[in-house]
Design a protein around this ligand. Structure first.
Ligand SMILES: [Zn+2]
Length: 418
């Protein structure tokens, strides 16, 4: 933690302590004074979970007990699924400075035409990124979601060079453009893309770069927290929005501070005045923390999204998220849904992990090829996940649908005694 970020944190906490009795009670109970917290003592303050925020808003509708501003001071009101109600005061930049930094790091030029295709309805995403592009000096198209054919027309007519939205919608734009007889590379001018609200897999990135001749930049944000991290031109992880957020990462299993090189759960604290300030808020997301400095020179730490904490299991001493298994299986077109079954056989020293892969062709598991395919999947999984699993193939129908993404609720079955 730098001296600057510590003083900014203390300043914000003093502001919050003054205005929000809910947080004041938490500070007092922990024996903490906002003006003297440091990284060690700050961790004594209880973590605020999404469920706490929802409970607080249900108890005192609509905004709950965390408000730091009067209703007359609100400039806008956003909503996120739950629903969670998110008011914003005019003085609150709502993630804009962090987004402007990311836009600059992408190499966007002032005056460029930016096409924003996030939803402008209810949720904060579309407006947030729109405001940031406008303030940066771009000409912004408020595309929103849907109406793909018209979006293609508008992007072509205005000569949009910057795309902002989900990678899957960009893919759809490419498909619809081709259907209308346009060449996505020549007739659309996208060269830089801000990819958000969805996972940007290496395969999808390569496909979109090929289709459009665009350079994509991954971004991670959260409705309540705002922008969390974004990629720079080095494309080696996403830099944390250090000017907007004070980020802590803790070990998913022990709660101890997570070290660079490991995986940690995010606990975020807003910096600066907010209508609904979040202090030590954990949305349940885990990130992989990078080691060392980025060649771009930005000193802000880099992360990669790892997955939702609830779906992560420690298997043979390694944290595994079903997304990582899905990434391995995506390279095998024969594979459908899967399930990892972990148990600890009596009398054995180690856990045992079995990967059951459902095959799209129900006849495949009974064929000669099955053993060879299972062997290749096992080798690829060991390479990527660093654990050995016994791989068996079965018809996909035998794997429960609840094992599939993005929730992966039943993708890891833990049969170990706890
Ligand atoms: Zn960088």
């Amino acid at each position: 933690m730098t001296a600057g970020s510590l003083s900014r944190l203390r300043e914000t906490l003093a502001w919050v302590y003054e205005r929000v009795p809910f947080y004041r009670a938490r500070f007092d109970a922990a024996g903490l004074r906002p003006e003297s917290v440091d990284a060690g003592s700050f961790a004594r303050l209880p973590v605020l979970r999404k469920a706490d925020l929802v409970a607080s808003q249900r108890a005192r509708p609509p905004f709950g007990e965390l408000l730091a501003a009067r209703r007359e001071e609100f400039a806008s009101i956003h909503t996120s699924p739950g629903p969670i109600f998110i008011p914003r005061i005019a003085a609150e930049r709502g993630g804009t400075p962090a987004l402007i930094e990311e836009i600059a790091a992408m190499g966007v030029e002032r005056g460029a035409v930016a096409h924003v295709t996030l939803s402008y309805h209810l949720m904060p995403g579309g407006l947030r990124i729109h405001r940031a592009f406008e303030e940066f000096g771009c000409l912004v198209i408020n595309g929103g979601t849907g109406n793909t054919a018209m979006q293609v027309q508008v992007a072509a007519a205005y000569g949009a060079t910057v795309y902002a939205g989900t990678p899957s919608f960009l893919r759809q734009i490419g498909i619809v453009a081709r259907e209308s007889g346009l060449d996505p590379r020549r007739d659309l001018k996208y060269r830089l893309g801000f990819s958000t609200a969805e996972r940007l897999t290496p395969e999808l990135r390569a496909e979109l770069e090929e289709t459009f001749g665009i350079e994509l930049f991954d971004h991670c944000g959260e409705a309540q927290i705002g922008p969390v991290a974004g990629e720079c031109r080095a494309h080696r992880g996403m830099h944390l929005s250090s000017n907007d957020l004070f980020c802590e990462f803790v070990d998913v299993a022990t709660g101890a501070p997570a070290e660079p090189g490991s995986i940690g759960e995010l606990i975020a604290t807003h910096l600066g005045p907010r209508a609904l300030p979040l202090v030590r808020y954990a949305p349940g997301d885990a990130y992989r923390l990078f080691e060392g400095d980025c060649p771009c020179g930005n000193p802000s730490p880099r992360v990669d999204f790892f997955g939702q904490v609830g779906a992560i299991r420690k298997i043979k001493g390694v944290l595994v998220h079903p997304i990582a298994v899905a990434d391995v299986l995506r390279k095998f077109p024969e594979a459908g849904r899967f399930q990892v079954v972990v148990d600890h056989p009596a009398g054995q020293s180690f856990d045992r992990a079995r990967l059951r892969v459902g095959t799209i062709d129900p006849a495949l598991p009974a064929t000669e090829r099955a053993r060879e395919l299972a062997g290749r999947i096992g080798a690829a999984a060991k390479d990527a996940l660093l654990i050995s699993m016994d791989v068996t193939l079965c018809p996909e129908a035998e794997i429960p649908e609840a094992a599939s993404g993005p929730a992966f609720a039943e993708a890891i079955v833990d049969q170990r005694a706890h």
